[in-house]
Design a protein around this ligand. Structure first.
Ligand code: ZN
Length: 67
């Protein structure tokens, strides 16, 4: 199993959705705990890295987003 690599500014697609229905979260701060912000309702959550890594479906790197 590969360890997901992400940094602040990246967007995470999660397997489990937030209570508001969103699967997308912005990474605000990394460390042993990761601070993420729900892109739909804007709520910020602090999640232990181990718990978060199990939940990641895919990572959208900040420099890969083309607008
Ligand atoms: Zn939400």
């Amino acid at each position: 199993m590969t360890i997901p690599v992400f940094e602040s500014g990246d967007t995470l697609e999660m397997k489990k959705k937030h209570p508001c229905g969103s699967f997308s979260f912005l990474v605000l701060r990394t460390g042993s705990d990761i601070r993420i912000r729900c892109l739909t309702c804007g709520r910020e959550i602090l999640v232990p890295r181990i718990k978060l890594e199990k939940n990641i479906k895919s990572i959208i790197k900040k420099d890969s987003i083309v607008k």
